[in-house]
Design a binder for this molecule. Structure first.
Ligand SMILES: CC/C=C\CC(=O)SCCNC(=O)CCNC(=O)[C@H](O)C(C)(C)COP(=O)(O)OP(=O)(O)OC[C@H]1O[C@@H](n2cnc3c(N)ncnc32)[C@H](O)[C@@H]1OP(=O)(O)O
Length: 719
């Protein structure tokens, strides 16, 4: 039953308990319950103090986000919290588990706060495209000062009870029963003056250079936010707290919230929140998030200690897995021996650990992996080499060892064929740097067992990753969609755009890096190797700009042939200060190279509008997403969106490519694809997906309904 209950302890302490599992969110029923309880408290002369707590050891996860989609009804939070604060009986919040968003704002309306040492506190509204608009933006700076409030509110980060104590958000922290302590505390403060405890009546202590502090914060959120509105509104609300009386600050808070609440960004960010939870309820290949048998991994091996392999070793060790790190090349092994401990130290420091929980040993031979429970192969993308390793592993490892490949796009089933037990083979596709990036694609081959898939999914979660189960096809989900995106970017260069122009358009959309800056960072030779393996770089009887019957741009191949591999060579689509340089400068050589190329091929350059750059790059990518859904390589649009937000820099406030297509309008995306396909009939990636057509024909249902639509419509699924 969702509500807030009222009871009286020992005749004098009123206890209000929030009950709305699992996080006691402030739904209409809970708000009604609190409002009623406050009235009962006021009327009961026996009650001398009040304690508010949450059921099942969780104080409150904030406003009920599910209610945001419908019309708001029931008592609003602001007057409810005011009524609590205005009481003439001391009110104490007993914070166990969590006090987030509206939950912490409720606690800030109480006169005292007692927290359990394991509790997490925060105002994460900004991550949902909102601001703390139940008085949080006005009360918090009055309690902890402007700079600390700016940090908490604009980042939305969760803090521990001990940090909350240091900041002055809570009055006491206990390792024991926080509720019991809060009740005793409530009794002990009866009769003490409540005026100073009411945060709304306190002045906001701001630094003398308040304007410059706020301007600096604004500049920072602009830079970090990549076009996100909520962090800017948060600074606006805090400016009001610092410069206006409380009542006017509250009015500003309300106005700013009104601009955010129904914005596309808030909808996108709330969709992103729920998508992550939908994806967490995975059920691919007969495995299930809540009841699959999995292997417990205590010891694992990583084969290949290049950039990816080193990152995977660190991520495993930080998750408490002991690792055998194997590299056959002496120089690479020596580099790993030096770099891994440093990376581990930094990683442990970031997590507040003195020493990493997993132990690492280095080796140059595969025979040392015989005792591990799981192997992750991370050598470079060469099928023959990977198959040799898998076949050797099958003989070295003990029976039952799960064999994973960190391939970014090769056929998992071909690797599985090289072993005696293909059921134990799955893909674990990490993203660089593997100890930092949150995304993990778990690739389910047609013969992968539910147990092997579930083991990889659970291990990913233990490593702090957002694990997404995907099917087996070239490039899986993320890289398969990246191909048409990069292809369009190259075609745009042929037609007259510059790398800067394309990158600026994409960065203006919200990507941290445009496609060419990103290629320079990851190395142009990565894609070159893949294209070589696919036979695309060899020129045969076809015209230069055609391969396998389709339009093809040899521009990136020519860059690689000329030794321009990106940052590592100091030259790529941009020039850098030297090999390994990070600052991209436009390069007249590239301009000249493009002009010569166009002249050689009789291409007349034209001015290309930002709109066309965005539409061609993004809709080609999204169109492939529809094909992926149709082929059953991803379980639903949420899976694709989570992959793009966590692995490819898609701006979170735009939800993900599939959500974005819904926002733009599926009919419009279809119309644009048809238009561009008409102008470029030799580019199959611009041919609208038949799933997109069927969705439009079905009246463009909202993205949350696609999963159901696809499952009725789909012939087969790989998952
Ligand atoms: C006037 C406006 C005033 C206030 C605005 C707000 O308060 S906005 C809300 C601010 N609160 C948050 O942003 C917290 C969001 N929740 C979380 O970060 C995590 O869920 C949390 C609380 C840290 C718990 O994490 P955990 O990993 O333990 O569980 P999980 O995330 O899987 O959540 C379990 C189920 O609870 C649902 N849920 C969580 N929070 C809310 C919420 N605030 N409202 C509604 N539902 C919530 C979540 O969706 C999960 O549901 P399920 O059906 O099981 O997938």
């Amino acid at each position: 039953m969702k509500m807030a209950t009222y009871s009286v302890l020992s005749g004098s302490v009123a206890l209000i308990t929030l009950q709305n599992p699992p996080v006691n969110a402030l739904s209409e029923a809970v708000r009604t319950g609190i409002t009623d309880a406050v009235q009962r408290t006021l009327k009961d002369p026996q009650v001398t103090s009040v304690v508010i707590c949450g059921q099942n050891g969780r104080f409150c996860g904030g406003a009920d986000i599910r209610e945001f989609a419908g019309p708001m009804s029931g008592p609003p939070l602001v007057p409810m919290i005011h009524a609590l604060e205005a009481m003439e009986k001391p009110v104490v919040a007993a914070i166990e588990g969590l006090a987030l968003g509206g939950g912490l704002e409720l606690a800030l309306g109480c006169h005292y706060r007692i927290a359990h040492s394991q509790a997490l506190l925060g105002l994460p509204e900004v991550t949902l495209g909102l601001l703390p608009a139940a008085g949080g933006s006005q009360r918090l700076p009055r309690l902890i000062g402007l700079p600390a409030a700016l940090d908490l509110i604009t980042t939305g980060r969760h803090i521990s009870a001990s940090e909350a104590l240091k900041l002055g958000i809570v009055d006491q922290v206990t390792d024991d029963n926080a509720l019991k302590m809060a009740v005793e505390f409530a009794r002990s403060v009866v009769g003490q003056p409540l005026g100073p405890r009411r945060l709304s009546t306190r002045p906001c202590h701001s630094p003398p250079d308040v304007d410059s502090v706020l301007d600096q914060a604004l500049a920072q959120v602009w830079q970090r936010g990549r076009g996100a509105l909520a962090p800017v509104a948060c600074v606006g609300a805090l400016r009001a707290a610092a410069t206006l009386p409380y009542a006017q600050g509250m009015e500003k808070e309300r106005e700013l919230m009104a601009t955010l609440f129904n914005s596309g960004q808030a909808r996108a960010l709330q969709y992103a929140f729920f998508s992550q939870r939908v994806v967490g309820k995975w059920q691919p290949s007969g495995a299930r998030w809540d009841n699959s048998t999995t292997r417990t991994i205590r010891k694992a091996a990583v084969i290949g200690l290049g950039t990816m392999g080193r990152g995977i070793v660190v991520a495993l060790a930080l998750a408490g897995v002991s690792v055998v790190a194997v590299e056959s090349q002496e120089k690479q092994l020596a580099a790993a021996r030096q770099m891994v401990p440093e990376m581990l130290q930094r990683g442990a420091g970031r997590r507040g650990l003195d020493t990493p929980p997993g132990v690492i040993s280095f080796s140059s031979g595969l025979e040392d992996v015989s005792e591990v429970e799981l192997v992750i192969e991370a050598v470079f993308e060469d099928m023959a080499l990977k198959r040799r390793i898998f076949s050797r592993l099958a003989t070295v490892c003990r029976p039952g060892t799960v064999l994973c490949s960190n391939t970014s796009g090769l056929d998992i089933d071909q690797l599985a064929e090289a072993t005696q037990n293909p059921a134990l083979v799955v893909g674990m596709h990490f993203f660089a740097p593997a100890h930092v990036m949150k995304l993990l694609e778990v690739v389910c081959g047609p013969r992968s067992s539910p147990e092997a898939v579930a083991t990889a999914m659970v291990l990913g979660k233990r490593m702090g990753k957002v694990s997404v189960a995907v099917g087996n096809c070239p490039g899986f989900v993320g890289n398969r969609m990246l191909k048409p995106y990069m292809e369009q970017a190259n075609f745009l260069l042929e037609e007259g755009a510059t790398p800067q122009q394309v990158d600026e358009a994409l960065e203006g959309f919200g990507f941290p890096m445009g496609v060419f800056r990103m290629s320079d960072l990851s190395g142009l030779d990565v894609g070159w190797r893949v294209r070589k393996e696919a036979g695309l770089t060899e020129q045969g009887v076809e015209p230069t700009r055609m391969r396998q019957g389709q339009r093809y741009s040899p521009l990136p191949d020519q860059m690689c042939e000329g030794g321009r591999l990106g940052q590592k060579t100091g030259r790529g689509w941009y020039r850098y200060d030297g090999p390994g340089g990070r600052v991209a400068r436009s390069d007249p050589w590239v301009q000249n190279f493009l002009e010569t190329y166009r002249a050689r091929h009789g291409l007349v350059p034209r001015r290309i509008a930002t709109e066309e750059i965005l539409e061609r790059c993004l809709y080609a990518l999204t169109n492939e997403g529809f094909n992926i859904l149709q082929d059953g390589v991803a379980a639903g649009p949420e899976d694709i969106d989570v992959i793009y937000v966590f692995g490819y820099g898609w701006p979170r406030h735009r939800g993900g490519p599939m959500f974005h297509a819904g926002q733009v309008g599926l009919a419009r995306v279809l119309e644009k694809l048809e238009h561009y396909q008409h102008s470029h009939p030799d580019v199959p990636h611009l041919k609208p997906s038949s799933l997109l057509r069927r969705l439009v024909a079905a009246g463009s249902p909202p993205v949350q309904k696609w999963r159901e639509f696809i499952s009725k419509d789909r012939v087969h699924s790989q998952l």
